[in-house]
Ligand binder design. Structure first.
Ligand code: HEC
Ligand code: HEC
Length: 257
């Protein structure tokens, strides 16, 4: 919300910057008069214009982050159908019947947020997220298949992996971040136990209890921009700041949550 308002003021400031020099141009004046409703000239005397641009900024920001279509689709899932489909489509061969994967490189799905699984399957199907096997696996799935399979895995009791390894600097990064490098705490978005959440239409995945090798792979992927589908590149910005040792230590810690 505050980010949106701030962005609104930012838009406002940018508009003012742009309008000032061109204000002398007669063509501009004509245009500007005809769109005076949205003009930011004399904004000081029109507080409602501030409100307009702030609202525009808020709506714009939340529209970029929130993905209501994913939530709507996830709500249509049928877990009973998903149980059968995930077997016939061979998902269980790798991700496990109980949502606990058969290999460290393959993510667990047990207790993952359905909307997150839906979002990723849509991204694999469209090619927005690249992975040879998963792009092929998602190719033939309909929207309803995706919702059903996601509902099946989401309904299982939460994922647990190998025992974690707790290093003080990983714990500090997770719960406090590092202000000097602009790293926000992982727990702020993913929850104190890495349980994830859905807030204002944005899906933050469960990462606690996820496979350590997979976690390490994804953090490296965000860092190298092999994976780029997080809202406004938030995970690329975060991971770029992390050293390889920090990525290892975070993956070890989060796997055990
Ligand atoms: C041969 C093994 C294999 C099969 C079969 C398979 N997957 Fe995957 N899946 C993977 C691997 C490996 C990844 C990790 C991709 C990466 O590293 O980006 C993955 C990733 C995923 C993700 C992303 C999870 C996350 O936490 O971001 C979803 C969702 C998923 N698979 C669903 C499915 C579904 C649904 C099916 C069946 C239609 C399926 N998978 C079949 C191996 C498999
Ligand atoms: C500002 C919010 C935010 C912060 C801070 C944040 N994340 Fe994320 N993270 C996200 C979102 C949103 C996604 C989902 C991206 C998508 O939709 O594909 C994500 C995805 C991930 C994934 C991929 C999970 C999967 O199953 O593939 C991992 C791993 C991850 N984050 C780890 C971290 C770690 C470690 C930190 C701290 C160093 C962190 N995140 C900080 C918002 C955040």
């Amino acid at each position: 919300m505050w980010g949106g308002l701030f962005f609104g003021f930012f838009l406002l400031a940018e508009q003012k910057k742009e309008t000032r020099p061109s204000g002398r141009d007669p063509t501009y004046k004509l245009v500007s008069r005809s769109v005076s409703l949205f003009s930011t000239d004399q904004v000081e005397s029109h507080p409602w214009r501030i409100a307009f641009w702030s609202l525009a900024g808020y709506l714009c920001c939340s529209a970029v982050w929130a993905d209501e279509s994913v939530l709507t689709l996830a709500a249509k899932g049928n877990a009973v159908v998903g149980a059968q489909l995930s077997e016939s489509e061979r998902c269980q061969e790798c991700h496990g019947q109980d949502g606990i994967s058969h290999d460290g490189k393959i993510p667990n799905h047990a207790g993952q947020h359905a909307a997150y699984l839906v979002k990723q399957l849509l991204a694999f199907r469209s090619g927005e997220r690249r992975h040879d096997i998963m792009n092929r696996m998602a190719e033939e799935l309909s929207d309803q298949d995706i919702a059903d399979i996601a509902a099946y895995f989401a309904g299982q009791s939460r994922m647990r992996s190998e025992a974690g390894l707790v290093t003080p600097f990983a714990v500090a990064l997770f719960s406090q971040g590092d202000q000097a490098r602009g790293i926000q705490p992982c727990g702020k978005c993913h929850g104190e136990q890495g349980q994830g959440k859905i807030e204002q239409g944005v899906v933050y995945p469960r990462i606690g209890g996820q496979r350590r090798v997979y976690l390490r792979g994804q953090l490296a992927g965000w860092k190298l921009a092999d994976r780029t589908n997080s809202p406004q590149a938030v995970m690329n910005d975060t991971a770029r700041q992390l050293s390889d040792d920090e990525i290892d230590a975070l993956a070890d810690y989060i796997a055990g949550l």
